[in-house]
Design a protein around this ligand. Structure first.
Ligand code: AKG
Length: 256
């Protein structure tokens, strides 16, 4: 990691502030084309059961199975190196979801990720989350907002005084093809879309092998036929059980 000063700086930035931005990691054309495909999938009735949200902000789960170009993002060596630094060399990719936000979208709720089952939030990262920009992310179109340093708070929920219009929330903007990474304990949200453009993000989550992903209600397994098509670099990131349903692969828990 230290051999690459840019990645060493990114790691330090996550450690200190809770997030980092890597600019222009995949070609802009690829990002935009994948973004257009995501929007087609959101409009296709076949995938409605895999979508949660409302007409303004949606999450389409299972993208690792739906477009092989997602693997280019998921297995990107810079992102994998940073996730591995925090989560250990055997960390895995658990889910990739498409997250468009349409004009008129209000702010999403400020939140941390995957901390609901902890009695006490750990002081080490338990997941590294990412959003690839499949369109430009701008202040106006709903660029992800983060509260720098909040990963140190060890809070499960935001304090009520941090409202969605708080100046503590910093928009992370960039060109299509860039990627934001954050520590799961960082307070963040999709900001309001006040523009006339659709913003499309591709959210890919990295977890240590010990984490039970049942708790994330929508996470979908990698299908056996998807795994069979993957290059080895991507297969290594999906070492868990394969299946077509969540019950095939996750350990069911109560209250999650
Ligand atoms: O869509 C975004 O900008 C934020 C995504 C998010 O909050 C999440 O994946 O936890």
């Amino acid at each position: 990691m230290n051999a690459n000063p840019e990645l060493a700086e990114a790691v330090e930035h996550i450690d200190a502030y809770g997030y980092c931005l890597l600019e222009d990691r995949i070609p802009e054309d690829l990002a935009r084309s994948l973004g257009r495909r995501c929007l087609e999938l959101h409009a296709d009735s076949k995938w409605q059961p895999s979508i949660i949200g409302d007409p303004h902000y949606q999450t389409l789960f299972g993208m690792l199975n739906l477009d092989d170009r997602v693997w280019t993002c998921a297995a990107h060596r810079d992102v994998v190196a940073i996730a591995g630094h925090f989560l250990g060399p055997s960390c895995r990719v658990v889910e990739a979801c498409s997250k468009p936000t349409w004009p008129g979208a209000p702010a999403q709720e400020l939140h941390v990720d995957s901390a609901s089952q902890f009695n006490e939030v750990p002081d080490v990262p338990w997941m590294i989350n990412t959003v690839w920009m499949l369109t430009d992310f701008t202040v106006e179109n709903g660029a992800t907002g983060v509260v720098p340093l909040s990963h140190r708070s060890r809070l499960k929920r935001p304090p009520p005084e941090i409202t969605p219009d708080s100046t503590l929330i910093t928009p992370i903007t960039g060109r299509a093809g860039s990627v934001i990474l954050w520590h799961g304990g960082l307070l963040h949200l999709a900001r309001p879309n006040t523009s006339d453009q659709i913003r499309v993000g591709l959210n890919i989550a990295y977890y240590p092998r010990w984490f039970n992903n049942w708790i994330e209600g929508g996470h979908q397994p990698v299908w056996p036929e998807t795994y069979a098509r993957m290059p080895e670099s991507m297969q290594q990131l999906c070492p868990g059980r394969l299946g077509r349903t969540r019950d095939d692969v996750y350990e069911r828990t109560t209250g999650g």
